[in-house]
Design a protein around this ligand. Structure first.
Ligand code: URA
Length: 252
């Protein structure tokens, strides 16, 4: 075999096909070390509620890191953030450049969310949200928004499940049941290109319709289609290329 010429982290390789982690393991042949090209890999995760989008939480809450294959891909990091109660599509990558582009405000990739908000959202309020509303960090860019059809309402309620992603109604001291909130609330889809902190929640709060449940359905050309809650899958080369193409510089 290698006659003891190859070492990984100083240990002689005994088995053909020994796996190494590029960027982490030190591979040497006849004592000379070789830099392995760093692999880039991107996953989509169907984030469940109750997980913080961070690699380590000082408060000890469950983190998305616990759902990632970090043993094999230790350089993975989440692209942007979903709030602890938000469910849905979270990209995680080892590709620093892609992550940077996707998060940079100059590039706007549309992200679609489904939200259940408190109260009856009027068409006039929907129009305000579409045009842009004033938040403490400035006006929001134009957004797409529609109120769910009866069929969508049912599908989205099933998708998000009772209690899943529900942050409860602070306004009512958490006393009202999810069923009651669903009955009096409004299901909407909203598509935004920005990625400000808690943006969707703040947009609805600004109009006095706090978000009860929030789910990210798509990110640019990618959707969660068929991916179970808590599961992840690797993106294909075609999907990565489509994601790159979706990063348009914003027109100022
Ligand atoms: N907007 C929010 O308010 N929260 C999220 O988790 C994502 C977008």
């Amino acid at each position: 075999m290698s006659e003891g010429r190859v070492t990984v982290n100083g240990a002689v390789v005994q088995t053909l096909g020994t796996k190494v982690i590029p960027g982490t393991d030190v591979v040497a042949v006849d004592g000379k070390t070789y830099e392995l090209p760093s692999e880039v890999i991107t996953f989509m995760l169907h984030k469940p509620a109750g997980y913080v989008t961070t690699m380590d939480d000082p408060q000890g809450r469950p983190t998305v890191a616990s759902l990632l294959p970090l043993d094999e891909h230790p350089a993975l990091f989440p692209v942007g953030r979903l709030d602890i109660d938000t469910t849905g599509l979270l990209l995680c990558t080892t590709d620093g450049e892609l992550g940077h582009q996707l998060m940079h405000p100059r590039f706007h990739v549309p992200k679609r969310y489904i939200a259940l908000v408190e109260g009856a959202l009027s068409e006039e309020e929907a129009e305000q949200l579409r045009h842009g509303i004033q938040l403490e960090d400035g006006m929001t860019a134009p957004a797409k928004l529609w109120i769910a059809t009866a069929e969508e309402k049912k599908r989205w309620a099933d998708l998000m499940g009772t209690g899943e992603g529900a942050s409860g109604s602070k306004r009512h001291g958490g006393r009202r049941s999810r069923a009651a909130l669903e009955k009096s609330g409004t299901w909407v889809a909203i598509e935004i290109c920005e990625g400000r902190n808690r943006q969707v929640r703040r947009m609805f709060e600004a109009l006095d319709h706090p978000v009860i449940a929030l789910h990210r359905q798509s990110y640019g050309p990618l959707t969660l289609e068929g991916l179970e809650r808590g599961s992840l899958r690797m993106l294909s080369d075609e999907e990565c290329a489509a994601l790159q193409t979706a990063c348009h510089p914003r027109e100022e």
